[in-house]
Design a protein around this ligand. Structure first.
Ligand code: FE2
Length: 376
């Protein structure tokens, strides 16, 4: 795999926009009350804040869930004539916003729009008795947006207008998820390089690693992918586009059901993948399975690893090694009825890569699921 972290992607490079990592991920969903129960009981997230009619917000209800540094906001509209309802009608449940932490929301907005970003929310001050937050936002791929959240003058539970949930969450069953490792976007045919250019020129990201369709294809489910990373390396956005294969690419299936580009998967890190995946399975999360033959020559491919092979095989956890170490990963099935967003659980043990060695086994597993849906 090509390591390009030290070089600009091509041509001149915009300065890094200083980011303080991912602040939150907001999902627009058809029924946030029920979705919140799923993310709490199955994924183990804790309800920390809420806003809705009871707190003075008339047009929507939002549940803020947290585990480790991972923060999800689940929002549902209360009326049909709203942009949120339109988003759900078109895309089904999905990610609307990847919010990035910044020290200067106004500066981030001015700089990115000067560099060509389309503004979605001009810098706006929100305040309550806990302090002030400045928020602005720009458009990314599809209907996805990036918010710039400046919260250095805020001490509340989440954002102004939200009410903290003080009581311990008796529904949440934490599984040891720590932080978001990466979030992957699917874009349309031939659009990958344009979006790589967006992250390079607008946000000053660099190309982190590069795959092409020779790397990532089975007989059918071809795709191309480039990983963009911010200056700190904490925010990583791989961008996928479909590639020509014998039958329909898994990215094409996503684009058809999501009706356009959007977030394909969110990878969440743990430092005990066996414990985390065991709990997730017991709590009802369904994972993709690779054939048991995957484990037959795993040690030959990946060398000695700390985890017991029989437990990895039993749970279906995949392993990949590169020059720097190894990593363990597993993918859920889509978490909506539409085959769109899914999750990855990842544990890094030195490796900074994305599991290229697993693509073949994994994509064959994805294709079996695609075939079951009649979409191959
Ligand atoms: Fe991933």
């Amino acid at each position: 795999m090509e390591q390009l972290a030290e070089q600009p992607a091509s041509g001149s490079r915009a300065d890094f926009l200083p980011l303080n990592g991912t602040d939150y991920v907001e999902f627009f969903v058809g029924n946030a009350k029920q979705a919140a129960y799923y993310y709490r009981a199955a994924f183990g997230m804790q309800l920390i804040a809420y806003r809705g009619p009871e707190t003075g917000t008339r047009d929507r209800a939002s549940y803020v869930l947290q585990q480790g540094k991972i923060r999800f906001v689940l929002t549902t509209p209360l009326y049909p004539d709203s942009a949120i309802a339109e988003h759900i009608k078109l895309h089904g449940d999905g990610v609307r916003e990847i919010a990035l932490g910044v020290d200067d929301s106004e500066g981030a907005y001015q700089e990115t729009t000067r560099r060509g970003a389309r503004g979605v929310l001009e810098p706006t001050l929100f305040e309550d008795s806990h302090g002030q937050v400045r928020i602005s936002a720009i458009a990314a791929y599809g209907d996805t947006i990036h918010g710039f959240i400046e919260r250095k003058n805020y001490r509340g539970a989440f954002l102004p207008g939200f009410q903290a949930v003080e009581a311990p969450d008796s529904i949440a069953r934490p599984v040891g998820l720590k932080y978001i490792d990466h979030m992957v976007g699917n874009v349309g045919w031939g659009q990958m390089n344009a979006w790589v250019g967006f992250y390079r020129d607008i946000l000053g990201f660099q190309l982190y690693q590069h795959f092409d369709d020779k790397d990532i294809s089975t007989e059918y489910s071809a795709l191309m992918s480039k990983v963009m990373s911010d200056g700190s390396g904490r925010v990583k956005f791989p961008i996928n586009e479909p590639a020509v294969g014998k039958k329909k690419s898994q990215i094409e299936e996503y684009l058809e059901y999501y009706h356009g580009p959007g977030v394909q998967h969110i990878a969440m890190a743990t430092d005990d993948i066996i414990g985390t995946v065991s709990k997730l399975r017991a709590q009802g999360i369904e994972f993709l399975r690779v054939p048991t033959t995957y484990y037959d020559d795993l040690e030959k491919r990946c060398g000695k690893i700390d985890e017991p092979m029989n437990q990895l095989a039993e749970l279906g956890i995949l392993v990949d090694r590169d020059d720097e170490g190894y990593m363990l990963q597993i993918f859920t099935k889509p978490v909506e009825d539409r085959p769109t967003l899914f999750f990855e659980v990842i544990q890094r043990k030195g490796s900074r890569s994305f599991g290229k060695g697993n693509f073949k086994a994994l994509f064959e597993a994805i294709e079996r699921e695609q075939a079951l849906r009649g979409n191959l």
